[in-house]
Write a protein that binds this ligand. Sequence first.
Ligand SMILES: Cc1ncc(COP(=O)(O)O)c(C=O)c1O
Length: 414
Amino acid sequence: MVSLDLDFVRKQFPVFSDKESGRWAHLENAGGSYVPEHVISLVNNFFTKSKVQPYWDFGPSVKAGEAMDRAFDLLPATFNAASEEVHFGPSTSQNTYVLAQALRPTWEADDEIIVTNQDHEANIGAWRRLEMTGIKIREWEVNPTTGLLEVDDLEGLINERTKLLAVTHASNLAATINPIRNLADRIHEVGGIIVTDGVSFAPHAAIDVKQLDCDVYLYSTYKTYGPHVGLMYTSPRVLEQVENQGHFFNANNPTNRLTPAGPDHAAIAACAGIIDYYEDVFDHHFGSPDASSVRERILQVFELFGEHEQKIMAPLVEYISSRSDFRLIGSPSTSHSVRAPTVAFHSYSRSSKDIYLSLIEAGVSCGHGNFYARRLVEAVGLDAEDGVVRLSLVHYNTAEEVAKALDALEGMAP
Ligand SMILES: Cc1ncc(COP(=O)(O)O)c(C=O)c1O
Protein backbone atom coordinates (compact mmCIF):
# COMPACT_ATOMS: atom_id res chain seq x y z
CA MET A 1 0.00 0.00 0.00
CA VAL A 2 1.28 3.48 -0.90
CA SER A 3 1.71 5.91 1.97
CA LEU A 4 2.57 9.61 1.93
CA ASP A 5 6.25 10.32 1.32
CA LEU A 6 6.65 13.15 3.80
CA ASP A 7 10.20 14.00 2.73
CA PHE A 8 8.97 14.53 -0.80
CA VAL A 9 6.02 16.60 0.41
CA ARG A 10 8.09 18.86 2.66
CA LYS A 11 10.64 19.47 -0.10
CA GLN A 12 7.86 21.13 -2.12
CA PHE A 13 7.41 23.80 0.60
CA PRO A 14 10.34 26.31 0.67
CA VAL A 15 9.36 27.45 4.16
CA PHE A 16 10.78 24.25 5.66
CA SER A 17 14.28 25.20 4.46
CA ASP A 18 14.02 28.71 5.84
CA LYS A 19 16.23 29.07 8.91
CA GLU A 20 13.82 31.23 10.88
CA SER A 21 10.37 29.91 9.89
CA GLY A 22 11.48 26.33 9.37
CA ARG A 23 12.34 25.80 13.06
CA TRP A 24 8.70 26.09 14.16
CA ALA A 25 6.44 23.08 14.55
CA HIS A 26 3.71 24.80 12.58
CA LEU A 27 0.38 23.72 14.08
CA GLU A 28 -1.63 26.82 13.13
CA ASN A 29 -2.61 25.63 9.67
CA ALA A 30 -6.33 26.29 10.09
CA GLY A 31 -5.40 29.99 10.06
CA GLY A 32 -3.68 29.56 6.70
CA SER A 33 -1.43 26.89 5.25
CA TYR A 34 2.08 27.13 3.86
CA VAL A 35 2.42 27.26 0.06
CA PRO A 36 4.44 24.96 -2.22
CA GLU A 37 6.97 26.18 -4.77
CA HIS A 38 4.36 25.57 -7.51
CA VAL A 39 2.24 28.44 -6.19
CA ILE A 40 5.16 30.73 -5.39
CA SER A 41 6.62 30.41 -8.87
CA LEU A 42 3.27 31.27 -10.49
CA VAL A 43 2.97 34.43 -8.37
CA ASN A 44 6.55 35.33 -9.21
CA ASN A 45 6.01 34.64 -12.93
CA PHE A 46 2.85 36.70 -13.07
CA PHE A 47 4.39 39.73 -11.38
CA THR A 48 7.63 39.44 -13.36
CA LYS A 49 6.27 38.71 -16.83
CA SER A 50 2.61 39.54 -17.17
CA LYS A 51 1.48 42.12 -14.63
CA VAL A 52 -0.79 43.83 -17.14
CA GLN A 53 -4.48 43.92 -17.93
CA PRO A 54 -5.21 40.36 -19.15
CA TYR A 55 -6.98 39.20 -22.33
CA TRP A 56 -5.59 41.76 -24.83
CA ASP A 57 -3.61 40.58 -27.84
CA PHE A 58 -0.12 41.77 -26.85
CA GLY A 59 2.30 39.17 -25.50
CA PRO A 60 2.27 39.73 -21.71
CA SER A 61 -1.49 40.27 -21.72
CA VAL A 62 -2.09 37.01 -23.60
CA LYS A 63 0.12 35.25 -21.04
CA ALA A 64 -1.79 36.84 -18.14
CA GLY A 65 -5.12 35.69 -19.56
CA GLU A 66 -3.81 32.19 -20.18
CA ALA A 67 -2.44 31.97 -16.66
CA MET A 68 -5.82 32.95 -15.20
CA ASP A 69 -7.70 30.62 -17.53
CA ARG A 70 -5.61 27.69 -16.27
CA ALA A 71 -6.95 28.36 -12.78
CA PHE A 72 -10.53 28.86 -14.00
CA ASP A 73 -10.25 25.49 -15.81
CA LEU A 74 -8.48 23.51 -13.10
CA LEU A 75 -9.94 24.57 -9.75
CA PRO A 76 -13.57 23.46 -10.37
CA ALA A 77 -12.31 19.86 -10.16
CA THR A 78 -11.70 20.44 -6.45
CA PHE A 79 -15.50 20.68 -6.04
CA ASN A 80 -16.37 18.08 -8.71
CA ALA A 81 -18.07 20.97 -10.50
CA ALA A 82 -18.04 22.66 -13.91
CA SER A 83 -16.22 25.93 -14.66
CA GLU A 84 -19.42 27.97 -15.02
CA GLU A 85 -20.49 26.84 -11.52
CA VAL A 86 -17.46 28.25 -9.65
CA HIS A 87 -16.95 31.92 -8.70
CA PHE A 88 -13.51 33.34 -7.83
CA GLY A 89 -14.07 36.04 -5.20
CA PRO A 90 -11.74 37.78 -2.76
CA SER A 91 -12.64 35.70 0.31
CA THR A 92 -15.31 33.43 1.74
CA SER A 93 -16.61 36.25 3.96
CA GLN A 94 -17.13 38.49 0.94
CA ASN A 95 -18.66 35.67 -1.09
CA THR A 96 -21.33 34.99 1.55
CA TYR A 97 -21.98 38.72 1.86
CA VAL A 98 -22.55 39.13 -1.88
CA LEU A 99 -24.60 35.94 -2.05
CA ALA A 100 -26.90 37.17 0.72
CA GLN A 101 -27.57 40.39 -1.24
CA ALA A 102 -28.19 38.36 -4.38
CA LEU A 103 -30.65 35.95 -2.76
CA ARG A 104 -32.64 38.42 -0.66
CA PRO A 105 -34.82 39.73 -3.56
CA THR A 106 -35.97 36.15 -4.19
CA TRP A 107 -37.59 35.99 -0.71
CA GLU A 108 -40.45 37.72 1.07
CA ALA A 109 -40.71 39.32 4.51
CA ASP A 110 -41.18 36.64 7.20
CA ASP A 111 -39.37 34.02 5.17
CA GLU A 112 -36.87 32.22 7.36
CA ILE A 113 -33.16 31.42 7.45
CA ILE A 114 -31.48 28.95 9.81
CA VAL A 115 -27.95 29.73 10.99
CA THR A 116 -25.91 27.80 13.55
CA ASN A 117 -23.82 29.03 16.45
CA GLN A 118 -21.10 26.55 15.47
CA ASP A 119 -20.04 28.28 12.24
CA HIS A 120 -17.28 30.80 11.65
CA GLU A 121 -18.93 34.24 11.53
CA ALA A 122 -18.34 34.30 7.75
CA ASN A 123 -21.34 31.99 7.31
CA ILE A 124 -23.53 33.58 10.00
CA GLY A 125 -23.20 37.38 9.94
CA ALA A 126 -24.12 37.93 6.30
CA TRP A 127 -27.35 35.95 6.84
CA ARG A 128 -28.19 37.51 10.20
CA ARG A 129 -27.95 40.98 8.65
CA LEU A 130 -30.99 40.13 6.52
CA GLU A 131 -33.07 40.34 9.70
CA MET A 132 -33.26 44.12 9.16
CA THR A 133 -34.95 43.47 5.82
CA GLY A 134 -37.73 41.41 7.40
CA ILE A 135 -36.21 37.94 7.22
CA LYS A 136 -36.70 35.82 10.34
CA ILE A 137 -33.51 34.23 11.70
CA ARG A 138 -33.60 30.96 13.58
CA GLU A 139 -30.54 29.59 15.35
CA TRP A 140 -29.55 25.92 15.44
CA GLU A 141 -27.62 25.76 18.71
CA VAL A 142 -24.77 23.41 19.60
CA ASN A 143 -24.78 21.09 22.58
CA PRO A 144 -23.04 23.35 25.15
CA THR A 145 -20.95 20.48 26.55
CA THR A 146 -19.55 19.11 23.30
CA GLY A 147 -19.84 22.01 20.89
CA LEU A 148 -21.58 19.65 18.45
CA LEU A 149 -24.70 20.25 16.36
CA GLU A 150 -27.38 17.59 16.91
CA VAL A 151 -29.61 16.88 13.95
CA ASP A 152 -32.70 16.26 16.11
CA ASP A 153 -32.55 19.88 17.27
CA LEU A 154 -32.87 21.10 13.69
CA GLU A 155 -36.27 19.51 13.18
CA GLY A 156 -38.13 22.08 15.30
CA LEU A 157 -36.60 24.94 13.31
CA ILE A 158 -37.64 23.85 9.82
CA ASN A 159 -40.99 24.76 8.32
CA GLU A 160 -42.50 25.69 4.98
CA ARG A 161 -41.07 29.25 5.23
CA THR A 162 -37.47 28.01 5.57
CA LYS A 163 -35.51 29.33 2.60
CA LEU A 164 -31.94 28.61 3.60
CA LEU A 165 -29.79 26.65 6.01
CA ALA A 166 -26.24 28.01 6.47
CA VAL A 167 -24.02 25.38 8.06
CA THR A 168 -20.36 24.50 8.21
CA HIS A 169 -19.03 21.24 6.78
CA ALA A 170 -16.51 21.10 9.64
CA SER A 171 -16.21 23.89 12.20
CA ASN A 172 -12.82 25.59 12.57
CA LEU A 173 -12.93 24.63 16.30
CA ALA A 174 -15.21 21.61 16.80
CA ALA A 175 -13.79 20.16 13.56
CA THR A 176 -16.41 17.44 13.48
CA ILE A 177 -17.85 16.69 10.05
CA ASN A 178 -21.52 17.58 9.81
CA PRO A 179 -23.85 15.29 7.78
CA ILE A 180 -24.27 17.73 4.90
CA ARG A 181 -26.03 15.31 2.52
CA ASN A 182 -28.72 14.50 5.11
CA LEU A 183 -29.16 18.18 5.91
CA ALA A 184 -29.40 19.01 2.20
CA ASP A 185 -32.09 16.34 1.71
CA ARG A 186 -34.09 17.68 4.64
CA ILE A 187 -33.92 21.33 3.59
CA HIS A 188 -34.79 20.45 -0.01
CA GLU A 189 -37.99 18.76 1.22
CA VAL A 190 -39.34 22.21 2.19
CA GLY A 191 -37.97 23.91 -0.95
CA GLY A 192 -35.03 25.61 0.80
CA ILE A 193 -31.33 25.66 -0.09
CA ILE A 194 -28.20 24.75 1.86
CA VAL A 195 -25.09 26.96 1.97
CA THR A 196 -22.08 25.03 3.24
CA ASP A 197 -18.86 26.57 4.51
CA GLY A 198 -16.09 24.13 3.62
CA VAL A 199 -13.13 26.33 4.59
CA SER A 200 -12.04 24.01 7.41
CA PHE A 201 -12.84 20.83 5.50
CA ALA A 202 -11.19 21.57 2.14
CA PRO A 203 -7.51 21.27 3.23
CA HIS A 204 -8.14 17.71 4.44
CA ALA A 205 -10.46 15.84 2.09
CA ALA A 206 -11.85 16.03 -1.43
CA ILE A 207 -15.14 17.91 -1.75
CA ASP A 208 -17.93 16.48 -3.87
CA VAL A 209 -20.76 18.98 -4.27
CA LYS A 210 -22.75 16.54 -6.40
CA GLN A 211 -22.63 13.80 -3.81
CA LEU A 212 -23.42 16.31 -1.03
CA ASP A 213 -26.20 17.82 -3.17
CA CYS A 214 -25.18 21.29 -1.97
CA ASP A 215 -26.70 24.41 -3.45
CA VAL A 216 -23.74 26.56 -2.46
CA TYR A 217 -20.33 25.43 -1.19
CA LEU A 218 -17.50 27.78 -0.23
CA TYR A 219 -13.84 27.53 0.64
CA SER A 220 -10.75 29.76 0.66
CA THR A 221 -7.57 28.73 -1.13
CA TYR A 222 -5.19 30.24 1.46
CA LYS A 223 -6.10 27.24 3.64
CA THR A 224 -5.46 24.81 0.78
CA TYR A 225 -1.83 25.64 0.00
CA GLY A 226 -2.54 28.67 -2.22
CA PRO A 227 -3.05 32.45 -2.15
CA HIS A 228 -6.12 34.11 -0.62
CA VAL A 229 -8.97 33.62 -3.06
CA GLY A 230 -12.53 32.71 -2.06
CA LEU A 231 -14.04 29.97 -4.21
CA MET A 232 -17.79 29.52 -4.30
CA TYR A 233 -19.71 26.78 -6.07
CA THR A 234 -23.35 27.52 -6.88
CA SER A 235 -25.74 24.98 -8.36
CA PRO A 236 -27.34 25.95 -11.70
CA ARG A 237 -30.70 26.37 -9.90
CA VAL A 238 -29.26 28.94 -7.45
CA LEU A 239 -27.37 30.80 -10.15
CA GLU A 240 -30.55 31.20 -12.21
CA GLN A 241 -32.48 32.56 -9.22
CA VAL A 242 -30.02 35.13 -7.89
CA GLU A 243 -30.06 38.78 -8.81
CA ASN A 244 -26.95 39.88 -10.70
CA GLN A 245 -24.45 41.60 -8.35
CA GLY A 246 -21.89 42.41 -11.04
CA HIS A 247 -21.88 45.20 -13.64
CA PHE A 248 -25.10 45.24 -15.68
CA PHE A 249 -23.31 44.30 -18.90
CA ASN A 250 -21.93 41.16 -17.23
CA ALA A 251 -25.34 39.90 -16.14
CA ASN A 252 -25.31 37.01 -18.59
CA ASN A 253 -21.83 35.85 -17.71
CA PRO A 254 -22.41 33.16 -15.05
CA THR A 255 -19.09 33.63 -13.24
CA ASN A 256 -19.46 37.44 -13.03
CA ARG A 257 -22.95 37.49 -11.54
CA LEU A 258 -21.68 37.03 -7.98
CA THR A 259 -18.28 38.74 -8.22
CA PRO A 260 -18.78 42.51 -8.29
CA ALA A 261 -15.10 43.34 -7.66
CA GLY A 262 -12.37 43.24 -10.27
CA PRO A 263 -10.37 40.10 -9.50
CA ASP A 264 -6.81 39.81 -8.19
CA HIS A 265 -5.30 38.50 -11.42
CA ALA A 266 -2.03 37.21 -9.96
CA ALA A 267 -3.73 35.43 -7.07
CA ILE A 268 -6.18 33.71 -9.40
CA ALA A 269 -3.36 32.63 -11.71
CA ALA A 270 -1.41 31.26 -8.74
CA CYS A 271 -4.34 29.05 -7.70
CA ALA A 272 -3.39 26.75 -10.60
CA GLY A 273 -0.23 25.99 -8.60
CA ILE A 274 -2.37 24.17 -6.02
CA ILE A 275 -3.41 21.68 -8.69
CA ASP A 276 0.19 21.51 -10.04
CA TYR A 277 1.24 20.53 -6.53
CA TYR A 278 -1.44 17.83 -6.25
CA GLU A 279 -0.36 16.53 -9.69
CA ASP A 280 3.26 16.26 -8.57
CA VAL A 281 2.22 14.43 -5.40
CA PHE A 282 0.18 12.06 -7.55
CA ASP A 283 3.05 11.48 -10.03
CA HIS A 284 5.52 10.83 -7.24
CA HIS A 285 3.32 8.23 -5.52
CA PHE A 286 1.42 6.62 -8.39
CA GLY A 287 3.46 7.26 -11.53
CA SER A 288 2.29 8.72 -14.81
CA PRO A 289 -1.21 10.21 -14.64
CA ASP A 290 -2.28 9.34 -18.20
CA ALA A 291 -5.11 6.99 -17.22
CA SER A 292 -7.17 9.26 -14.99
CA SER A 293 -8.76 12.71 -14.87
CA VAL A 294 -7.59 15.63 -12.70
CA ARG A 295 -10.55 14.90 -10.45
CA GLU A 296 -9.56 11.24 -10.00
CA ARG A 297 -6.00 12.22 -9.22
CA ILE A 298 -7.17 14.76 -6.63
CA LEU A 299 -9.23 12.02 -4.97
CA GLN A 300 -6.20 9.74 -4.70
CA VAL A 301 -3.96 12.50 -3.39
CA PHE A 302 -6.48 13.35 -0.66
CA GLU A 303 -6.68 9.67 0.31
CA LEU A 304 -2.93 9.84 0.99
CA PHE A 305 -3.24 13.13 2.87
CA GLY A 306 -6.12 11.75 4.95
CA GLU A 307 -4.33 8.57 6.01
CA HIS A 308 -1.32 10.55 7.16
CA GLU A 309 -3.40 13.19 8.93
CA GLN A 310 -5.32 10.52 10.82
CA LYS A 311 -2.06 8.94 11.98
CA ILE A 312 -0.62 12.17 13.37
CA MET A 313 -3.91 13.49 14.76
CA ALA A 314 -4.71 10.37 16.83
CA PRO A 315 -2.12 10.85 19.62
CA LEU A 316 -3.09 14.49 20.01
CA VAL A 317 -6.84 13.86 20.27
CA GLU A 318 -6.24 10.90 22.61
CA TYR A 319 -3.92 12.90 24.85
CA ILE A 320 -6.22 15.92 25.16
CA SER A 321 -9.19 13.61 25.85
CA SER A 322 -7.23 11.75 28.53
CA ARG A 323 -6.41 14.87 30.56
CA SER A 324 -9.03 15.44 33.25
CA ASP A 325 -8.14 19.14 33.37
CA PHE A 326 -8.70 19.61 29.62
CA ARG A 327 -11.91 19.69 27.60
CA LEU A 328 -11.74 18.92 23.90
CA ILE A 329 -14.26 20.78 21.74
CA GLY A 330 -16.04 18.48 19.29
CA SER A 331 -15.84 14.75 18.79
CA PRO A 332 -13.14 12.71 20.61
CA SER A 333 -13.00 10.37 17.60
CA THR A 334 -9.59 9.91 15.98
CA SER A 335 -11.16 8.89 12.68
CA HIS A 336 -10.47 11.22 9.77
CA SER A 337 -13.94 10.52 8.41
CA VAL A 338 -15.46 11.88 11.65
CA ARG A 339 -13.27 14.94 12.34
CA ALA A 340 -10.71 17.17 10.69
CA PRO A 341 -7.28 17.31 12.39
CA THR A 342 -8.05 20.64 14.05
CA VAL A 343 -7.86 20.21 17.79
CA ALA A 344 -9.34 22.92 20.01
CA PHE A 345 -9.42 22.58 23.79
CA HIS A 346 -9.25 24.50 27.04
CA SER A 347 -8.14 23.82 30.58
CA TYR A 348 -10.24 24.05 33.73
CA SER A 349 -7.20 25.21 35.72
CA ARG A 350 -5.29 27.68 33.54
CA SER A 351 -6.09 30.19 30.88
CA SER A 352 -5.89 29.33 27.19
CA LYS A 353 -3.48 32.23 26.84
CA ASP A 354 -1.08 30.60 29.36
CA ILE A 355 -1.14 27.30 27.49
CA TYR A 356 -0.68 29.04 24.19
CA LEU A 357 2.34 31.00 25.47
CA SER A 358 3.96 27.82 26.82
CA LEU A 359 3.45 26.10 23.46
CA ILE A 360 5.05 29.03 21.66
CA GLU A 361 7.92 28.98 24.14
CA ALA A 362 8.41 25.32 23.13
CA GLY A 363 8.57 26.23 19.43
CA VAL A 364 5.02 25.22 18.49
CA SER A 365 3.10 27.75 16.40
CA CYS A 366 -0.53 27.92 17.47
CA GLY A 367 -3.20 30.38 18.54
CA HIS A 368 -5.83 30.93 21.21
CA GLY A 369 -9.12 32.83 21.37
CA ASN A 370 -12.33 32.49 19.38
CA PHE A 371 -10.96 32.34 15.83
CA TYR A 372 -14.06 34.23 14.59
CA ALA A 373 -16.24 31.38 15.89
CA ARG A 374 -17.15 33.63 18.78
CA ARG A 375 -20.70 32.34 19.17
CA LEU A 376 -19.40 28.78 19.53
CA VAL A 377 -16.81 29.74 22.13
CA GLU A 378 -19.50 31.52 24.15
CA ALA A 379 -21.99 28.66 23.69
CA VAL A 380 -19.58 26.19 25.29
CA GLY A 381 -19.26 28.55 28.26
CA LEU A 382 -15.90 30.17 27.60
CA ASP A 383 -14.65 33.73 27.67
CA ALA A 384 -14.77 35.00 24.08
CA GLU A 385 -11.28 36.49 24.20
CA ASP A 386 -9.35 33.81 26.09
CA GLY A 387 -11.32 31.12 24.26
CA VAL A 388 -9.68 27.86 23.31
CA VAL A 389 -6.18 26.78 22.33
CA ARG A 390 -6.10 25.45 18.78
CA LEU A 391 -3.57 23.04 17.29
CA SER A 392 -4.38 22.42 13.65
CA LEU A 393 -2.54 19.93 11.46
CA VAL A 394 -2.36 19.29 7.74
CA HIS A 395 -0.71 16.59 5.67
CA TYR A 396 2.79 18.13 5.71
CA ASN A 397 3.04 17.99 9.50
CA THR A 398 5.16 15.29 11.10
CA ALA A 399 4.65 12.99 14.10
CA GLU A 400 7.70 14.75 15.64
CA GLU A 401 5.99 18.13 15.43
CA VAL A 402 2.94 16.72 17.20
CA ALA A 403 5.23 15.10 19.80
CA LYS A 404 6.77 18.51 20.47
CA ALA A 405 3.32 19.87 21.31
CA LEU A 406 2.53 16.82 23.46
CA ASP A 407 5.79 17.25 25.42
CA ALA A 408 4.97 20.88 26.05
CA LEU A 409 1.45 20.00 27.25
CA GLU A 410 2.81 17.21 29.44
CA GLY A 411 5.08 19.81 31.05
CA MET A 412 1.98 21.69 32.22
CA ALA A 413 0.88 19.62 35.17
CA PRO A 414 -2.88 19.43 35.87
C1 LIG B 1 -14.38 27.81 8.82
C2 LIG B 1 -14.06 29.14 8.22
N1 LIG B 1 -14.98 29.73 7.46
C3 LIG B 1 -14.77 30.93 6.88
C4 LIG B 1 -13.57 31.58 7.05
C5 LIG B 1 -13.38 32.93 6.42
O1 LIG B 1 -12.64 32.85 5.25
P1 LIG B 1 -12.13 34.18 4.58
O2 LIG B 1 -10.98 34.65 5.41
O3 LIG B 1 -11.72 33.77 3.21
O4 LIG B 1 -13.24 35.15 4.58
C6 LIG B 1 -12.58 31.01 7.84
C7 LIG B 1 -11.30 31.71 8.06
O5 LIG B 1 -10.56 31.47 8.97
C8 LIG B 1 -12.84 29.75 8.43
O6 LIG B 1 -11.92 29.15 9.22
